[in-house]
Design a protein around this ligand. Structure first.
Ligand SMILES: [Zn+2]
Length: 224
């Protein structure tokens, strides 16, 4: 009898390792802590989901998914208790409208309070830093994770070189990539790099191009 129950336990173990797929949420969340009113104390905890970010940003896109999942990994490395203090975090982001929106939303960093700036010469998507202890990490996608076709078509799109139907094709490629990321262990998609002695060097540039509105008047694709 004992060996039979051990056998069952072994089967469960093997099943959990080799057979059963790991379920990842299609609407991941992180927990943040903020002050509890306009002059309040640091006691107000709440979850933020990818769908919340979608409302702020205007649409769901691969950049928002990449930013959300990558930042979650990076922020967890700075806050081991997995509660992100949005009063104690500052961030540098690449200029993509999707990355900058998720950067300020998840970290609480703001340009006007010198806790957020944009720098396209970073070798990362983001650098995020705890203000209290100075610890900083760079966050980037691992090589080969993002299909190169998305960047190829994306570069054409920002120069208005894609037809209506090609824009739809790019949208589908981005959706497939988002779905793939949402079902991938984050540790296999992102690299989190500690940056000792990170220097905060705000950039005053306000002239980045908002690439997600360039094609807003392109007619719908009509294949018939
Ligand atoms: Zn976007």
């Amino acid at each position: 009898m004992k060996s039979k129950s051990n056998k069952i336990k072994l089967l469960y173990l093997l099943g959990s390792i080799f057979i059963l797929p790991v379920a990842y949420s299609q609407n991941p969340s992180i927990k943040v802590i903020d002050t509890d009113f306009s002059k309040g104390r640091l006691t107000h905890q709440q979850p933020i989901t990818l769908q919340d970010a979608e409302k702020l940003h205007g649409h769901l896109c691969d950049g928002l998914v990449v930013g959300f999942l990558g930042l979650k990994e990076g922020l967890y490395s700075l806050y081991p208790d997995s509660i992100i203090d949005r009063t104690n975090t500052r961030i540098v982001s690449k200029s993509s409208p999707c990355l900058t929106d998720i950067a300020v939303f998840l970290t609480g960093g703001r340009y006007q309070f010198n806790t957020f700036y944009v720098n396209d010469s970073l070798p990362y998507m983001f650098v995020v830093q705890r203000i209290d202890n100075g610890k900083a990490v760079g966050i980037k996608l691992k090589p080969g994770i993002k299909p190169s076709r998305i960047d190829e078509m994306g570069n054409k799109a920002v120069h208005q070189l894609l037809s209506s139907c090609e824009l739809d094709e790019l949208k589908q490629l981005e959706q497939n990539f988002s779905n793939q990321l949402l079902s991938t262990p984050p540790t296999s998609a992102f690299t989190i790099v500690p940056i000792p002695n990170f220097e905060w060097q705000p950039q005053p540039n306000h002239h980045f191009i908002k690439t997600d509105i360039i094609n807003k008047v392109v007619p719908t694709c009509n294949k018939n």
